[in-house]
Design a binder for this molecule. Structure first.
Ligand code: ADP
Ligand code: MG
Length: 387
């Protein structure tokens, strides 16, 4: 599969012309995201602190009047069609299910579905912990709403996207990815309370940059381990007699330790301490304290590695190497874990040599060529029409 970089609206229009002839009526762009801190807290009703990145999933679409949805995936070089007027049927494990899942979620809401031709293409690497799936869901939902001539708020987009992924695709993800992909803003990070869905934008500290370091490893363990961690968190809740781990304090956890296995205790300790770290990180941004933010990222990695046990050799190697560079204020694994990416906060003054330094040492250590990007936060999902 080709890996695209820096897709523009002109690429989308050209892909549409090549495939279907003529121009799309509109195009949609939704960025992926990187989570700065707050990992595995979203499905526990806790806090997360992601920002959008300058890589996106795009669709260019044109209405058709027979109720059919025909989508050509440029990344997969594959075209699939379904009839939106007939009962939607699930298939196994293919990219088209994310779009059908969104159609289903809209149907469940009583929204009308109208047909269209579309090209789909993205430069968010898939399965790298950068939320390509959520970007694709928000893009699909915006396409449906534009064709159907109704508006969906950012929060509605997030809920529908999560519903599609949970109930149609079958991944028990939390609400973070879809929320940031829909609501992110240029140059800002978004603190989200995943229980109330309240959210607040923050400027990144002055003089810093965010780097995403893709280890280019994907372990097949990831999906099953994710669901297992989710269950262990629920087990901790049962032992503590609470509905969500966000309600637990460290005191409650230590007092209730006798009622749970050691493994469950460590899982819960990660979630509880991570929630505290995110709130402290928000304070750090309020006071423009980049050093503190970086330290909290380092602690988060420790907790994910030893308490939650979702890191792996490559992620640990990347974190260690990144931290050795003079510009690095903090680094941690980001996303679900077991491969994927590391996020690092850098001081821009000395960041010029960071990518080369890390790339060389990571290759020496693992024999793999990493993908390193300095990221800029871009606006969340948007529709643009021909002018
Ligand atoms: P991520 O961490 O990137 O969200 P997921 O496993 O949740 O990883 O989602 C990746 C899946 O999303 C891919 O396997 C594919 O089905 C779908 N996807 C993402 N981006 C695209 C794209 N540009 N074109 C087609 N499918 C995509
Ligand atoms: Mg995903």
């Amino acid at each position: 599969m080709p890996i695209f970089s820096k897709i523009t609206k002109d690429d989308v229009i050209k892909a549409f012309q090549d495939r279907f002839g003529g121009e799309p009526d509109f195009w949609v762009r939704t960025p992926g995201r990187v989570n700065l801190i707050g990992e595995h807290t979203d499905y526990n009703g806790g806090y997360v602190f992601p920002m959008t990145i300058s890589r996106s999933v795009w669709m260019g679409a044109r209405a058709r009047n027979d109720g059919k949805m025909r989508v050509y995936s440029v990344n997969y070089d594959s075209e699939l069609t379904c009839d939106l007027r007939a009962q939607l049927v699930k298939n196994q494990d293919i990219w088209f299910e994310y779009i059908k899942g969104c159609a289903w979620a809209l149907q469940e809401e009583g929204r009308p579905l109208a047909g269209f031709d579309a090209v789909l293409m993205g430069d968010v690497p898939m399965g790298a912990g950068l939320a390509s799936s959520a970007a694709m869901e928000v893009t699909s939902l915006l396409t449906f709403s534009e064709i159907g001539e109704y508006e969906l708020s950012g929060q509605k987009l997030a809920k529908l996207g999560q519903r599609a992924e949970n109930q149609w695709v079958g991944v028990q993800c939390g609400i973070m990815d879809q929320t940031i992909c829909a609501l992110g803003q240029e140059g800002k990070a978004l603190l989200i309370d995943c229980n109330s869905l309240e959210h607040r934008l923050f400027e990144l500290p002055y003089g810093t940059a965010v780097a995403v370091l893709d280890t280019v490893t994907r372990h097949s363990l990831a999906a099953s381990a994710y669901n297992e961690r989710h269950e262990q968190c629920e087990e901790a809740c049962r032992a503590l007699g609470i509905p969500l781990l966000r309600e637990a304090t460290q005191e409650m956890l230590y007092a209730g330790r006798g009622g749970m296995t050691d493994v469950v205790f460590h899982r819960a300790r990660h979630v509880i301490s991570e929630n505290l770290r995110v709130q402290t990180a928000a304070n750090a941004l309020f006071y423009n304290d980049a050093d503190l933010f970086g330290k909290l990222m380092n602690e988060s990695h420790w907790s994910l590695r030893y308490d939650f046990e979702v890191s792996c050799e490559e992620l640990d190697a990347m974190v260690d190497i990144a931290r050795k560079h003079e510009s690095c204020l903090g680094a941690r694994m980001t996303g679900g874990g077991f491969g994927g990416s590391v996020v690092a906060l850098l001081s821009v003054m000395s960041a010029g040599t960071f990518a080369g330094y890390v790339s060389e040492r990571y290759q020496e250590k693992t024999g793999k060529v990493p993908n390193i990007t300095i990221c800029r936060a871009t606006n969340g999902g948007r529709v643009e029409r021909k002018s």
